[in-house]
Design a protein around this ligand. Structure first.
Ligand code: GTR
Length: 427
């Protein structure tokens, strides 16, 4: 390279670097008076402006239309590819949780051509003579972080570095065993007669921008090929993984597969909502503090925005979603329509008072706006008209909602509400 060329190269690099936005370039808006005026797209009006006239038209035409819009503009369509699947039982112990539960560890092996992906499922079951309803939800840091039980395998996959958990070099160790047990109140879940199945989300797609070379994308695309602009990002990949676990749960005689609730917190709450939309085998969907790209109305631009999420997490959504950075009003959908896709099944949206980043009011408004679809289908939607007081859950309708006092988290109190909601609606 000539001196002038290298100068140009250095100039270009610094220009690109200067153009790149970092987290501190996004000043979030937390002022309600600065929320732009907006009009939500009507879930009951087709793209061509015609109204939906009856429920069969909703199910056969409008619902697929909305689903396609979310696929192509937000999360990305899952491409068609062939795979085989085998289930391997690695562990079964009926003395778990001080003899109160049965623990199973099952690997769902997904085989694509000559490569395979291991989805490691940790299951706790109450000791029951009859099959039981279940929760299925991803965990953030590995199955072994969910409980102190020393028999739970420590994940060998890439994990996010975390000083508090003693994770360096992206490898989990014994140090993080049980570290998230407060988010997974197993005793409560088991006592209430539910099973819990959980998987580390990194089993399906490690959560960093690697240009889709690893995880399930790496099995599907070859030789540097990457998803097209309307094809799946990581959230859609994680949602796909939940369906593979559901395939297994359908074969497990200890579980009532028609009563599986998909649950997730934060980015995994976004994932739970999308999984519930694309896979109607999930009987109930729970979104805990899912925020932007989850339950919150994007058009409000309150807290985390579309531009910020696409910039900081470029691998989460499909590339087309970038077209709406700071142009939310052009979106053909908004997140109330994602919640409406769950109908006629029960769905629960939860926020936390200090979690302004996830826009609690925007989450409530989306849940409330999904109500029109439930009512249209002859079902009780949400039972309240305005944002409830903190810690006053509304769960009589098919759309449950609560605002918990406290920070961005999933707590035993949140779980108690979910157990009450499910027990009430899935009698
Ligand atoms: C944040 C992100 C949120 C939320 C959260 C989480 O950094 O901005 O959208 O998903 O992470 O998953 O904990």
């Amino acid at each position: 390279m000539k001196a002038s060329e290298s100068l140009l190269f250095v100039f270009l690099l610094s220009f690109l670097f200067a153009c790149q936005k970092s987290p501190k370039d996004f000043e979030p808006n937390y002022d309600e008076s600065k929320v732009p005026e907006y009009k939500l797209p009507d879930p009951l009006v087709f793209e061509n402006g015609k109204p939906v006239t009856n429920s069969s038209e909703w199910y056969s035409k409008r619902r697929p239309e909305i689903l396609k819009l979310f696929e192509e503009e937000v999360y990305g369509r899952i491409p068609e590819f062939e795979f085989n699947q085998v289930y391997v039982l690695n562990d079964c112990d009926s003395t778990a949780l001080n003899g109160k539960a049965i623990r199973k560890q099952v690997t769902v092996k997904v085989i694509v051509d000559d490569k395979s992906l291991d989805i490691n499922v940790l299951i706790f079951l109450p000791k029951s003579k009859k099959p039981v309803p279940a929760f299925l939800g991803y965990n953030f840091n590995g199955n072994h972080t969910v409980n102190h039980d020393t028999a739970i395998f420590v994940t060998r996959n890439w994990v996010m570095n975390n000083e508090e958990m003693g994770i360096t070099g992206n490898k989990a160790t014994q140090k993080s065993r049980g570290i998230n047990s407060n988010n997974w109140p197993l005793d409560l879940i088991i006592e209430r007669g539910f099973a819990l199945a959980t998987v580390y989300y990194g089993d399906i797609d490690p959560d960093f921008d690697d240009d889709f070379q690893n995880g399930i994308h790496g099995l599907v695309y070859h030789e540097g090929d990457i998803p097209a602009a309307e094809e799946w990002g990581s959230i859609a990949a994680w949602a796909w993984g939940l369906s593979r676990v559901m395939d297994y749960l359908e074969t497990d005689p200890a579980i009532i597969s028609q009563k599986v609730t998909v649950i997730g917190h934060s980015r995994l709450g976004k994932t739970a909502l999308w999984a519930g939309a694309i896979d109607q085998r999930f009987a109930v969907v729970i979104s805990n503090n899912s925020g932007c790209g989850g339950a919150a109305i994007s058009r409000r631009q309150f807290g985390e925005t579309v531009e910020r999420i696409n910039t900081i997490f470029p691998h989460w959504f499909c590339d087309n979603f970038n077209d709406y950075n700071n142009k939310e009003k052009n979106l053909p959908v908004d997140q109330h329509m994602l919640i409406a896709l769950i109908a006629p099944r029960p769905v629960y949206v939860a926020s936390a008072t200090e979690d302004l980043w996830a826009d609690p009011l925007g989450e409530f408004l989306a849940a409330a706006a999904a109500d029109t679809v439930y009512r249209f289908l002859g079902l009780p939607g949400i039972s309240i008209k305005t944002m409830p007081e903190p810690d006053h859950p509304a769960m009589e309708g098919y759309i449950g909602y609560h605002l918990r006092t406290g920070k961005h988290d999933i707590t035993p109190w949140d779980w108690e509400q979910y157990l009450n909601f499910i027990s009430f609606h899935l009698k």
